[in-house]
Design a protein around this ligand. Structure first.
Ligand SMILES: [Zn+2]
Ligand SMILES: [Zn+2]
Length: 277
């Protein structure tokens, strides 16, 4: 089995990825640990055939048909500027110059990262794309996420990061899956933004147990010392990419590690955000 991790030069082309996914298909033990993935996978079993839209099953040349592409990406949703949690519209305080809204948790105890951009809530039907990417090595889903994250970034007032990194997988998990799904988003996103991407700056030094089974505090403890920085990040603005953001504990731990190593600013780019912690 080939393992793909470090630099962009080692990243396989889609044909190789596809071949690997055929030899090492859907890994049930991982799937059942991730809440919601099993249900989305069932929907996919009926839909995700070549030449069909990954969401509705209509004939389509691309990953999504024109109808789904137009329908599901433009969700008007007020989100916390820091953690991308969906907020009620009343959160926006119009009497202030700063129109960015923040959730109560981020105001009370700000996480280590500065900002988060998220495309949509983690729920049907878009969760199916995360499954496609994470368990079926369908790289087109990563590229679709990247394209929309780039558009979201262009619409924001956020400064561009100096370098973009994926949330790393632990070595055992990388070996089991054969690729890092966050890197499949990070690399095309960096290309679109004209920013360097580097999967070797941060690594996961501890194999943490599956986050979905833990409560918020346990999640924090679980990932507290999970990451290590090996590149020079001093004074730099780091863009961190992940496919799904749940509690934010993983991204908080990674940002904390980056800042301890001297990073000036951390911006998260996540495809899908769970509506509640
Ligand atoms: Zn469709
Ligand atoms: Zn927040």
């Amino acid at each position: 089995m080939r393992v793909f991790s470090a630099s962009s030069r080692q990243f396989p082309d889609p044909v190789v990825m596809k071949a690997d996914s055929i030899r090492f298909p859907f890994r049930t033990p991982v799937a059942v640990r991730v809440r919601g993935f099993a249900a989305a996978a069932q929907r996919l079993a009926a839909l995700a055939l070549p030449g069909q839209c990954a969401l509705c099953g209509n004939l389509s040349q691309g990953l999504l048909c024109g109808g789904c592409d137009a329908q599901y990406w433009n969700e008007p949703r007020l989100r916390c500027a820091t953690c991308a949690l969906p907020l009620a519209a009343s959160y926006l305080r119009r009497d202030r110059d700063d129109t960015r809204a923040h959730c109560a948790a981020c105001l009370e105890s700000p996480p280590a990262f500065n900002d988060t951009l998220a495309l949509a809530d983690y729920r049907a039907p878009l969760d199916a794309l995360a499954v496609e990417l994470k368990f079926r090595a369908r790289l087109a889903a990563g590229e679709t996420f990247a394209r929309h994250l780039h558009a979201l970034f262009e619409d924001s007032d956020l400064p561009a990061p100096d370098v973009i990194v994926p949330v790393p997988l632990s070595r055992p998990r990388l070996v089991a899956r054969g690729y890092n799904q966050a890197w499949a988003i990070a690399r095309p996103l960096a290309r679109l933004m004209g920013v360097r991407s580097d999967a070797s700056i941060v690594s996961r030094v501890r194999h943490t147990s599956a986050q979905s089974r833990l409560d918020q505090e346990a999640r924090r403890r679980n990932v507290a010392s999970a990451f290590a920085v090996s590149g020079d990040v001093r004074g730099r603005h780091i863009g961190v990419v992940d496919d799904v953001m749940t509690s934010g504990a993983t991204l908080d731990a990674l940002a904390r590690t980056l800042k301890l190593a001297g990073a000036r600013r951390v911006t998260n780019f996540v495809a899908l955000r769970t509506p509640k912690d």
